[in-house]
Ligand binder design. Structure first.
Ligand SMILES: Nc1ncnc2c1ncn2[C@@H]1O[C@H](COP(=O)(O)OP(=O)(O)OP(=O)(O)O)[C@@H](O)[C@H]1O
Ligand SMILES: [Mg+2]
Length: 292
């Protein structure tokens, strides 16, 4: 889908990489006896798109919730925009959070609110905003995510899966965040809608100079978007590197994830200069299973 915004950013350079905006050090998180993270380190710099991958239950969403201060680490430090979240009060943590946007993994929209009211909700939570200003803000965001204004009055039940993700994205960027968290933005979408959402994330990244933390099981989205991939396994981040480097790390989970048939197929989409840096096993034809 060609949106005016996509056209406008086509020749823009990618945002340059700046200072760290997320610094997680020696993080341990446990729920009772379940140790989710242990000695985990993770960093994201301004302008990056860092994708967090890992098996189901490996702690991707839990890590994001701790970075947002929605969940307390058992030990270790989490710095967001340079502030140690474990050392500031809830009011300041909320202030830090207001510089971020979030598309949650489940229940992206309030089913009882219209598209307009869903997108407006984070603005209304901040306090009273004149209705005509609110209308302008919401309509601009709808346009940015490629949805015609006529959808503003619709209820979520009347929208397709792809449209729901777009509205969720519009809501996530409504307060013009510097840092955007997207938990499974393409889950449940057909391949075409999925590609459109990936395009849209890439467009917003350029247009708004956003920093993005993406959690996904979608290998195509990971390859298309990531400046770096952070692989969570064994309760920590095993590697955080450009996908072609991460794929070469000698580890059973990484071999299976990146060098299995689905992984190799997705890696074919890398541009030639980056493909040349892949380990040889990643270049086996994607139709052939590798026996080890
Ligand atoms: N509030 C909670 N109370 C107790 N255990 C929790 C809580 N939240 C998460 N967990 C546990 O933490 C672990 C990690 O869960 P999390 O949702 O972060 O995984 P995930 O990597 O996001 O998985 P998925 O890919 O399925 O979304 C799981 O074992 C889960 O049961
Ligand atoms: Mg999750």
């Amino acid at each position: 889908m060609n949106t005016p915004l996509k056209e406008a950013v086509r020749d823009l350079p990618l945002p340059s990489i700046g200072e760290p905006v997320i610094e997680v050090r020696n993080l341990t998180k446990r729920y009772g006896r379940n140790i989710v993270h242990q000695h985990l380190d993770f960093e994201v710099r301004r302008g990056e798109i860092v994708t967090i991958v890992g098996g189901s239950g490996s702690g991707k969403t839990t890590l994001v919730r701790q970075i947002l201060g929605l969940e307390k680490p058992t030990s270790g430090t989490v710095r967001l925009f340079g502030q140690d979240l474990t050392a500031i009060d809830e009011e300041n943590a909320r202030l830090m959070r207001s510089r971020t946007g979030m598309l949650f993994q489940h229940g992206a929209l309030f089913s009882s609110l219209s598209v307009f009211d869903n997108i407006a909700q984070p603005v209304r939570e901040l306090g009273k905003v004149p209705e005509d200003l609110l209308r302008d803000i919401v309509m601009l965001k709808l346009e940015m995510v490629g949805l015609p204004c006529k959808h503003a009055s619709k209820m979520p039940a009347a929208l397709s899966g792809g449209m729901i993700k777009r509205v969720g994205l519009a809501r996530a960027i409504v307060l013009e965040p510097e840092l955007l968290f997207l938990d499974e933005p393409t889950a449940g979408l057909d391949p075409r809608s999925s590609d459109e959402v990936v395009e849209l994330i890439s467009t917003l990244h350029r247009a708004l100079g956003l920093t993005v933390v993406l959690v996904t099981h979608d290998l195509d989205a990971m390859v298309a978007l990531s400046t770096r991939v952070a692989v969570i396994a064994d309760r920590k981040v095993l590697v955080a590197a450009p996908v072609e480097e991460a794929a070469g790390v000698d580890d059973p989970f990484i071999r299976e994830y990146f060098l299995g048939m689905r992984g190799r197929r997705a890696l074919q989409a890398l541009p030639p200069a980056r493909r040349a840096k892949l380990p040889p096993a990643a270049l086996e034809p994607a139709s052939v299973g590798i026996t080890r």
